[in-house]
Design a protein around this ligand. Structure first.
Ligand code: ADP
Length: 563
């Protein structure tokens, strides 16, 4: 075997541009799509690499992007790693200080910035230490950015010829760097090699994940700055699937217009976006008939959400699990063979977080680090390892994140004897009440199943007797059936029979919206801070006031049953 054949992003680019040169990147413009063939994307990537070389970028240098999902971003996805440099996708929603911190940490020398995002990027300017030049994408005058040289993308490409001679690369060399979105702590850099990216992209095309082919058109709604849009831009050059890029048109209305006009067949988004589409579709006629599948990840998708898409639009959303450290995809929850589609049993499987994908190994461990059985019952911390799982963080040893060569994910869950795993919570979010654990995710997912609830985030708050108790922060529909003052009792009653009595929150807060992180997850750090600052107006139900007459078979340690 030619075991030394390098698995590189250059090989992905060559395949996509030769074999699938007619597949397209379609960037939504608001009322129509800008169609560009993969062959043209590849030629532009060659021009961009030539321009970056002329600007002094050499192997190993970091080049940032501060962009929407669009064609130019895709060109940078290939140009930068294939020339041997490292692509650093910057989160456009970060506050300026955090943005500067990440740019400085990665020491980005050049950053490609979408014209529409220049003011946002400029806010970080005073603190930037390493950036020498900014390349502005889009029409219009190049803005002034202090001492930093400003160039225009179109001018740079126009000045170059295609046919850049891609260097031979070591497959283990760095290709990309992403920082975690920092939902539970400070962002950390994760470096992906050419090899890890190649293998992750290849795996993504298998039928146990997307099963994508050149008949597909994939709406890449997950941002390209969020774990490389789950690897879809690379996978598509292997499968030939066309890429649908929403640009700045991220609201449910334009997304639906895009899907309908360009007949997307697959769409990838976090649950809050899917929820947005559902809410939009409740009052507007939308046509999702071209979609053969949706994928959801980044946070747990509630059963009610999966069921609503199935019932209203016949759309199967398959959940996947992963994190920045896992490239990200480590599994998707396709039901096992023999399950009838569209049934309750089908949903039982689809609410799992995923089924472990080939190439990744998983185990769960208890607090002492002992491995627990794959029985679907034992709950522990999920640990993973494999060729696209990180073994370290960039310039940050973080030994507490690793355990004998396994990545400690910080996620708590179960795994069964067929490799289906269920994330019940993040270790930092799980509510420890009276010696038992309450899954905040389970409560949230049940609560959004109530017709009056739009969003629900549950956090643990200190409690003298039980150490912590759940506080449910809920956003109600504007036309909710009862007043917020009565809602707490209604929702507590709604949870009866669905969770053990001692798991039901007695603390409730009704908000106009739940704060979100830059990638659309519930921001529990902010909620906790608001609670500590006394900013949440809380209602407290007395234990047993939820109208549940049945004694609860919960453990004696259960807080409410014991009172
Ligand atoms: P951050 O950790 O800053 O949110 P990531 O985007 O890397 O950044 O998030 C990874 C985390 O998202 C996982 O550790 C897990 O807690 C959560 N997650 C991802 N997919 C799922 C899923 N299908 N169900 C539940 N949680 C998920």
């Amino acid at each position: 075997m030619q075991d030394d054949f390098p698995l590189t992003i250059t090989a992905i680019l060559e395949h996509g541009s030769k074999v699938y040169g007619r597949s397209e990147c379609v960037t939504w413009q608001g009322s129509g799509g800008r169609h560009t063939s993969y062959a043209t994307v590849a030629r532009n990537a060659e021009r961009l690499a030539a321009a970056l070389t002329r600007l002094g970028i050499v192997a190993g240098d970091r080049v940032g992007t501060f962009c929407w999902n669009n064609q130019e971003h895709l060109e940078a996805y290939y140009a930068v790693p294939c020339m041997g440099a490292v692509l650093h996708t910057l989160n456009i929603r970060l506050p300026a200080a955090q943005l500067a911190q990440i740019v400085n940490h990665a020491e980005d020398r050049i950053v490609l910035v979408d014209g529409t995002l220049v003011p946002l990027f400029a806010a970080a300017l005073p603190e930037l230490k390493s950036v020498e030049a900014v390349i502005v994408i889009g029409a219009g005058e190049a803005p002034a950015l202090g001492d930093i040289r400003v160039l225009r993308y179109d001018d740079l490409l126009a000045a170059e010829e295609p046919g850049f001679a891609w260097p031979e690369l070591d497959e283990r060399s760095a290709a990309l760097i992403c920082y975690t979105s920092g939902t539970t702590g400070d962002p950390k850099g994760v470096v992906y090699s050419h090899r890890s990216t190649f293998l992750h992209a290849l795996s993504g095309q298998s039928a146990s994940l997307t099963g994508a082919t050149d008949a597909d058109r994939i709406l890449t709604f997950v941002p390209m700055f969020h774990v490389n849009a789950w690897g879809i831009p690379f996978g598509s050059f292997l499968s030939g699937a066309s890429l649908h890029m929403p640009g700045p048109f991220m609201a449910p209305g334009p997304i639906c217009d895009f899907i309908t006009a360009e007949r997307s067949t697959l769409a990838a988004a976090v649950p809050t976006i899917w929820q947005g589409i559902l809410t939009y579709g409740a009052t507007k006629e939308i046509d999702l008939s071209s979609l053969r599948m949706g994928t959801s990840g980044g946070a747990a998708a509630p059963r009610s959400l999966l069921a609503a898409f199935q019932d209203r639009y016949g759309l199967r959303i398959i959940q996947g699990w992963g994190m920045t450290e896992t490239s990200p995809v480590a599994g998707m929850a396709h039901p096992p063979v023999g399950v009838e589609l569209g049934t309750e049993e089908d949903l039982d499987w689809r609410v799992k977080s995923g089924r472990l994908t080939g190439g990744v190994q998983m185990r769960i461990t208890d607090e002492a680090g002992t491995e627990l059985p794959w029985d679907g019952v034992a709950v522990g911390e999920i640990e993973v390892r494999g060729p696209w799982i990180t073994g370290s963080y960039y310039l940050d040893p973080a030994p507490e994140k690793f355990h004998d060569g396994w990545l400690r994910t910080g996620d708590i869950g179960t795994i069964d004897d067929r490799g289906y795993f269920q994330i019940t919570d993040r270790a930092k979010d799980v509510i420890k009440s009276g010696g038992e654990w309450i899954s905040s995710v389970e409560l949230e997912n049940l609560l959004v199943g109530h017709p009056d609830v739009v969003e629900a985030a549950v956090i643990g708050i200190p409690d003298e007797k039980w150490s912590e108790r759940p506080l449910a922060c809920v956003v109600l529909r504007e036309d909710a059936s009862v007043q917020p003052s009565e809602m707490a009792a209604v929702l507590a009653e709604f949870l009866s029979g669905q969770v053990a009595r001692w798991q039901r929150p007695e603390n409730w807060a009704f908000l106009s919206d739940v704060p979100k992180t830059t990638v659309g997850k519930y921001d529990k750090k902010v909620l906790r801070a608001r609670f500590r600052a006394g900013e949440l107006s809380m209602q407290r139900l007395e234990p047993n006031s939820a109208g549940d007459a049945e004694p609860d078979p919960a453990p004696d340690s259960g807080p409410i049953s014991g009172t």
